[in-house]
Design a protein around this ligand. Structure first.
Ligand code: F6P
Length: 550
């Protein structure tokens, strides 16, 4: 029953796994039948966490399915693994690191130890330093080299040092100081920096260089170009101190770049890049929304942390959502998961989740290095409704693939909208509810015929339904609610990684491309011979160089 290299029984040989496989093979009733037999599931299959109302009634599950999934969670010790994370154990084994993003939003009086040292005072010291700086920029007390007020903030970072603050800035635009221009540069494509700074005055611009390692080539390249742009106009190296700050764990590299150590906001190796946006990495957001709102965001995270840490299994939202994902991914072979926010402000939310989920759980070996023999993380995708309805929803409704989806919506539009625009909100949400209804219940051939549709068209106009969705509703999109949503997904991803027995906190899969790019670059710029380059890439490099010449 055991792997050769481990004492842990192989996941797919566990009795709890085979029980689920048998249950699946027994066939699931259509959602129409499930609701007809048990209308009460609409009330029963709901969990409330903080401000979130999470309805999972439109899933292809019964009480029995849920009980079997819970047994799998017990067998794989999800809660034991959760406790180890919250305790600060080194659960990121391949990097030998603790995983303590939950400490970033712990209250001031909490005690969380790494190697015998309470990390909470240091977390709050950095938050206080960030708040002091944010207030000075917002009030105009912090000025540029020529004493001009800072009006533009440009965050330079990539991956976890970009996606979180960029997403949250969009999400919380109505809470931002509208007098500030805040932009995010990530791509090493020079066009990204060009578009971000082309209309800015360097004397009024603050660059925030965000990089955990401070070695990421994209970020260092863009930061170097930004510094040149600034100094070309301001003409004095001393200007860097007033126009550049760094967010990093690597003080040596930061000072080596020329940024004053006083202008560095620190975080720690127990914060993974994709879990870092509520650390110093959130500085651009804090400047935009102010320290008080930022603390509300952290409180939102903490609410869900506490829920995940303490709520019983049957009411534990991250556990339930994680297990539902496993049900479809591992027992229906669903390959992807759509996240569909019905809020324009959440336009970058799914892109943020792509890194969170796919960099965490895109793994094919277990913690001990032996191959997994089961599906791991799904392809996460989606864009805000209603736009997707006129693009790819066709495939979700009538295509051949099973695509579980999360629908995220809000009861109230943001306050800032005019009354006329606020009135559009009910129409937006009518679409939101209509979609999950159509996906679950579809439209039968009989119903189509009853409408008098010609027989030749009946099949085309039939919706088979039975598409699973989770509906997540909140009163409105506030900093706290955003924190709650992110923590919900962070812990869902954790649950899935725990069941799959993978290290959700490393990302070795990004390394090879970085090394190869470094090797290939001289071939593009100087025509250098790259030893060991494969024939296909050699031919492409030659084609690139001859096209470049034209
Ligand atoms: O893509 C790999 C990665 O290491 C991410 O995990 C990380 O968020 C990103 O690069 C940026 O890294 P850094 O913050 O060190 O610049």
């Amino acid at each position: 029953m055991s792997d050769a290299s481990s004492d842990t029984p192989k996941l797919t040989r566990r009795p709890e796994w085979t029980a689920l496989a048998d249950h699946r093979a027994g066939g699931q009733p259509h959602l129409r039948e499930l609701f007809a037999a048990d209308p009460g599931r609409a009330e029963r299959y709901v969990v409330r966490v903080g401000d979130l109302h999470i309805d999972y009634s439109k899933h292809q599950v019964s009480d029995e399915t849920l009980a079997l999934l819970q047994e799998l969670a017990v067998a794989t010790d999800v809660f034991g693994q959760r406790d180890a994370m919250f305790r600060g154990d080194r659960i990121n084994t391949t990097e030998d690191r603790a995983v303590l993003h939950t400490a970033l939003r712990a209250p001031r009086d909490a005690v969380i130890e790494v190697d015998g040292e309470n990390v909470v005072p240091a977390v709050h010291a950095v938050l206080d330093k960030m708040a002091g700086f944010a207030d000075r920029v917002r009030s105009g007390e912090w000025t540029g080299h020529t004493d001009k007020r800072i009006k533009n903030i440009v965050n330079i970072g990539i991956g976890g040092s970009d996606l979180g603050p960029a997403m949250a800035f969009e999400a919380l635009r109505p809470f931002t100081d509208r007098g500030l221009t805040v932009r995010f540069v990530s791509n090493v494509d020079g066009a990204d920096l060009h578009e971000a700074i082309r209309d800015l005055d360097p004397a009024e611009t603050l660059f925030i260089v965000a990089s955990k390692t401070f070695t990421t080539i994209e970020t260092i390249t863009n930061a170097t170009s930004a510094r040149k742009w600034l100094l070309d106009v301001l003409g004095d190296d001393k200007a860097v101190a007033k126009h550049f700050v760094a967010l990093s764990t690597n003080a040596e590299k930061v000072t080596g770049f020329g940024i004053d150590a006083d202008n560095m906001f620190e975080f720690w190796d127990w914060v993974g890049g994709r879990y870092s946006f509520d650390s110093a990495i959130g500085l651009s957001l804090m400047i935009a929304i102010g320290p008080e709102r930022f603390r509300e965001l952290l409180d939102g995270f903490h609410t869900v942390d506490e829920h995940f840490r303490t709520a019983p299994a049957e009411e534990n939202a991250p556990l339930l959502l994680g297990l539902l994902g496993i049900w479809y991914g591992n027992f229906f072979d669903a390959q992807s998961h759509a996240v569909l926010p019905y809020s324009h402000y959440l336009s970058k939310f799914t892109a943020y989740l792509q890194q969170l989920d796919m960099e965490s759980n895109g793994k094919s070996v277990q913690k001990d290095g032996t191959p997994v023999e089961w599906q791991t993380g799904p392809v996460v995708w989606g864009t805000p409704g209603t736009n997707g309805q006129h693009a790819y929803y066709q495939l979700i409704h009538q295509g051949t693939k099973l695509i579980p989806a999360d629908f995220i919506g809000f009861a109230r539009p943001v306050d800032e909208l005019s009354d006329e625009l606020k009135a559009q909100h009910d129409l937006l949400m009518a679409n939101f509810f209509a979609q999950t209804q159509a996906l679950a219940f579809g439209k039968t051939e009989e119903e189509v015929r009853e409408e008098g549709v010609a027989e030749a068209q009946v099949a085309h106009r039939t919706f088979r339904g039975n598409h699973p969705t989770t509906t997540i509703l909140a009163p409105e999109l506030t900093p706290s609610v955003l924190g709650q949503l992110i923590a919900l997904y962070e812990h869902k991803v954790f649950v899935q990684g725990a069941v799959w027995n993978i290290d959700s906190f490393d990302q070795w899969g990004v390394e090879l491309g970085k090394v190869l790019a470094k090797r290939i670059e001289p071939a593009l710029t100087e025509g250098a011979q790259v030893p060991g380059l494969d024939p296909s890439t050699t031919a492409l490099v030659a084609a690139y160089r001859s096209l470049k010449e034209v």
